[in-house]
Design a protein around this ligand. Sequence first.
Ligand SMILES: [Zn+2]
Length: 140
Amino acid sequence: MSKEKFATILTCMDGRVQKPGAVFMQEKTNAEYVDTITEPGIVRVLNEAGNTDTHRLSQIRYKLGISLNNHGSTGVGVTAHEHCAGNDVDNETQINQLSSACSVVRELVAEGNFSVPVWGMFITQQTSGLWVAEQKVALE
Ligand SMILES: [Zn+2]
């Protein structure tokens, strides 16, 4: 296992949300590095996982396993964000998806016999143009 401190984020591929998500995880865990697993609209993918999209779920499980096993990740974040091209639904629906996506991720973490916290965040654009992550779910 690496001596460097890692966290993990499961996030949209959208370039606007990479930095606020990573900053959120670094503030939560003091991790130096944030392993990043991306899918467009990942909360939708995690909600459909096991029903219609088992291939992408198995890829996410594989990648999360590397981050937990090989990097000793100390916490896992899941993001949703407004104006998501990969998940074109309203914010309230996304936040509901975020909540159940965090439960799915919690199960994936538990499958690997890890007990790290899972946080869900919703990322929005402020009037200044800055994208900011706000915590919506905490499974600690
Ligand atoms: Zn997106």
